[in-house]
Design a protein around this ligand. Structure first.
Ligand SMILES: Nc1ncnc2c1ncn2[C@@H]1O[C@H](COP(=O)(O)OP(=O)(O)OP(=O)(O)O)[C@@H](O)[C@H]1O
Ligand SMILES: [Mg+2]
Length: 410
């Protein structure tokens, strides 16, 4: 765990957004921790996952996603804290007694069982009548688009088909919660994109709570009702995809989900959901933020696609707030052009300009050109000092610098 600027006890609570659906949460974690010897894999986790919600745990490798999922499933016991499913403390309940079903990255389908028998397995074990089993298996295979494959064997199926069988196999048991650990991780990009949309449709269709684990930011943004962004065993922010992207509350979230421009500064005045921030580079910007005090250190944050770039003129031509700098590099990315602008004080700012037409692209400023960057005031956000991790800020700057160097061929 990175030390950060403030001790654990002083960190303000990040309020979780309200569950998308009403009523009691399906899954509740109360101050759950998991230690493996000296290693703290999960620390003081508090989470409420709503009924029928598509909830995603998102974070880099080793941040504790699988461990969290395994504690819900009953494959691991928490070192401290409580796991409640449908309001019931499930401590000591083995996985097969829990109303949860897991789907993993590479599901161990029974090689010796055909698709039909594999999907029927759970129902047979529960001694569900034969005719009902037949109907439910058929319905579930139709739902995942595999009705035609009912007589095949797993080794006759593609990876994508095997994951659909795994899904049907879990859904047929009508779990309260489906736990999915990188179920699309082994598939190629195109197949993965297709299945993301399909999984979301299926989840809407069945109305079961999905707890989904991925390290892929785009996947999380595409599929989830809400996302818990994790780092080093700690939840950094729980929010809707739009909010974690548009309004990251920590430097980690700002840097992990997409690209962010972070500018250090000090609050000079605050109130009414706005603050004025004196950036260390000398200029002042206004940002959208609640509950911040005059005098607080912070980072102003703005996404690259929210910045407009125009010729420097010493004044605002579009009536918007802005800053001036010098173009350092420009890279063609296909759908957009990425321009890095150096602000006074050697602060790199990344700008993303959609490649709408070749004529527009030709008008973009080249290396060394003095430019003005401007933005709509509501797109400038603030990360408070307690949520600044030095390492994240350094990494963000390093990434920007690395792409800059790459564009110059060295
Ligand atoms: N059984 C175990 N014994 C010891 N350490 C473990 C065990 N399981 C997990 N860990 C450690 O706990 C930390 C969190 O692991 P976890 O598998 O939950 O991460 P993850 O977020 O799922 O990562 P990935 O994206 O790579 O799957 C890691 O440091 C991992 O090495
Ligand atoms: Mg994992």
């Amino acid at each position: 765990m990175d030390s950060g600027a403030v001790s654990e006890a002083e960190r303000p609570e990040t309020p979780a957004a309200a569950p998308v659906t009403g009523g009691d949460p399906t899954v509740r974690l109360e101050r759950v921790s998991k230690h493996f010897g000296d290693l703290v894999a999960v620390r003081d986790l508090d989470l409420d996952i709503g009924r029928g919600e598509f909830f995603t745990l998102l974070g880099p490798s080793g941040c504790g996603k699988t461990t969290t999922l395994r504690m819900v499933a009953g494959f691991e016991q928490p070192t401290a804290g409580r796991v409640l499913i449908e309001g019931e403390d499930v401590a000591g309940l083995p996985s097969y007694r829990r109303p949860t079903d897991p789907v993993f990255q590479s599901y161990a389908l029974f090689a010796h069982l055909g698709v039909r028998e594999g999907v029927a397995f759970g129902l047979r074990r529960k001694k569900v009548p034969k005719s009902e089993t037949k109907e439910r298996v058929q319905a579930e295979l139709e739902r995942v688009g595999l009705a035609a494959e009912i007589n095949r064997r797993p080794n006759q199926l593609s990876g994508g088909m095997q994951q659909r069988v795994a899904l049907a196999r879990a859904l047929v048991n009508l779990p309260k919660v489906l736990l999915l650990d990188e179920p699309l991780g082994a598939l190629d990009l195109k197949l993965r994109k297709g299945l993301q949309v399909e999984l979301k449709r299926i989840q809407r269709d069945v109305g079961i709570t999905f707890v989904y684990v991925t390290h892929d930011q785009e996947e999380a943004l595409t599929m989830s009702d809400r996302i818990a962004v994790m780092s080093n065993g700690v939840v950094e922010q729980v929010d809707t995809p739009e909010n974690v992207y548009e309004r990251p509350t920590t430097t980690f979230v700002a840097g992990f989900i997409g690209v962010s421009n972070l500018m250090p500064g000090t609050v000079t005045s605050a109130g009414g959901g706005r603050a004025r921030i004196q950036l260390d580079t000398g200029i002042e910007v206004e940002a959208s933020v609640d509950g911040i005090q005059s005098g607080e250190r912070c980072h102003a944050v703005v996404r690259p696609e929210k910045l407009r770039i125009s010729q420097a003129s010493g004044e605002s031509s579009d009536g918007l707030p802005g800053v001036e700098g010098v173009v350092q590099s420009s890279i063609y990315l296909g759908t957009a052009t990425q321009i890095v602008v150096n602000l006074p004080g050697d602060v790199p700012m990344t700008v993303l300009v959609p490649n709408a037409s070749e004529a527009e692209r030709a008008r973009l400023p080249g290396g060394g050109a003095p430019v003005r960057l401007s933005w709509e005031p509501e797109h400038m956000h603030v990360v408070r000092e307690s949520e600044i991790r030095r390492a994240d800020v350094e990494e963000t700057v390093a990434n920007t610098t690395a792409t800059t160097h790459a564009s110059f061929g060295g």
